[in-house]
Design a protein around this ligand. Structure first.
Ligand SMILES: [Zn+2]
Length: 359
């Protein structure tokens, strides 16, 4: 059920203004790459003095329209509908398959509906693949992008109450799908239509070598005394093949090397479970795909104040996604991922709870 107060009368005006602010933030970030344009750690935290509003985020319909627009514009791109959500929304897969002999990477976003900036970044990445910026990259790598797997959760179109969720704006966003199932615990049973579509029409349909599973976590995790902009982890089930695990760790090395030196990025090692119902583990074992989990800072909406993050952080978090996708696509295309140094994992600090900020 949606409370009337969430249907703000001036939502469209707010969206325009915030979209402009977001675009400005991104431009600033890329223009001042040498400087920490977005200081991690002193970014806004929830405390009632800044804005946690979901109106700035793309709706499912806006995402679908942009994908169709890019599909019409980009000759190298093919847009496929791989299935439907519980509520009947088409699930899209953007495909760039230049040569079946090339290595293939899958980028997956929003298994959890309230973790949306990864999807915004994936959209920017798709646009960049059609621009001169990524010229030549597609000659050496096949790219699959599956944005917003859990579209019903992202739109708050679910069969349970979101009344206690914190964000203001046009809609609430939730981790679960419409049936209140955590899709990232459904990779063995594959009961939900979203999980089935991913497995049957993507993981089983394409010869995939690498995968990055993009998420957001709480806003208060730290490593080495600083709040993290995100944390990464390879498969941790004992059943993963050694070569597959090595691929995951090399992929992680590319991500670490692209994000850590930026000034705005600071990565920790994620602390995650070994269950194969989790995508990072199950997909690595079932398909021999080298998976990497990337948990970025702060969710778009949640019941818990420690989980959400104000929208002033959106710029660097979207940029973190774009940087990750571009760097890994390039490293696979030019073969440098094959020799990436994995020893950084030995010293990468495990993240821990930073506690609440002082009043
Ligand atoms: Zn997640």
């Amino acid at each position: 059920m949606t409370r009337p107060s969430h249907s703000a009368p001036h939502a469209s005006t707010a969206r325009r203004i915030t979209a402009v602010a977001l675009a400005a933030g991104l431009t600033l970030g890329s223009g001042l790459a040498a400087q920490p344009a977005f200081a991690v750690g002193d970014g806004p935290n929830y405390g009632g003095n800044e804005t946690i509003n979901t109106s700035i985020l793309s709706t499912y319909d806006e995402l679908a329209a942009e994908l169709q627009k890019q599909d019409a514009k980009q000759s190298a791109m093919e847009l496929e509908v791989i299935g439907q959500t519980v509520k009947g929304r088409d699930i899209h897969l953007a495909k760039y398959i230049s040569d079946p002999e090339n290595p293939t990477i899958l980028y997956l976003t929003q298994q959890h509906g309230n973790e949306q900036l990864t999807t915004e970044g994936a959209l920017t990445f798709i646009k960049s693949l059609g621009s001169g910026k990524m010229k030549g990259v597609l000659d050496g790598v096949n790219i699959l992008v599956l944005p917003m797997l859990n579209a019903d959760g992202a739109m708050g179109d679910v069969d349970f109450s979101l009344e206690d969720y914190i964000a203001s704006g046009d809609r609430h966003l939730t981790r679960y799908n419409a049936n209140e199932v955590d899709l990232n615990r459904d990779h063995i049973t594959k009961i939900e239509p979203e999980t089935r579509a991913l497995h049957e029409n993507v993981l089983q349909a394409y010869d995939i070598d690498y995968m990055i599973d993009l998420h957001h976590q709480g806003s208060r995790s730290r490593a080495d005394g600083e709040l993290v902009s995100g944390s990464i982890l390879y498969p941790t089930t004992p059943n993963v093949d050694a070569a597959v695990l090595d691929g995951s760790q090399r992929l992680g090395s590319i991500v670490y090397g692209a994000i850590e030196p930026t000034g705005w990025g600071h990565l920790g090692k994620y602390v995650g479970g070994t269950g194969e119902n989790i995508g990072r583990n199950g997909i690595a074992v079932e398909y021999g795909i080298s998976t990497l989990l990337f948990e970025m800072r702060g969710m778009a909406d949640h019941e818990n104040p420690g989980s959400v993050l104000g929208q002033k952080s959106n710029g660097y978090l979207i940029k973190q996604t774009v940087t990750t996708l571009e760097a890994t696509a390039r490293a696979i295309a030019d073969g440098s991922v094959e020799t990436a140094d994995t020893t950084f994992w030995d010293t990468l600090t495990e993240q821990s709870w930073a506690g609440w900020p002082a009043e």
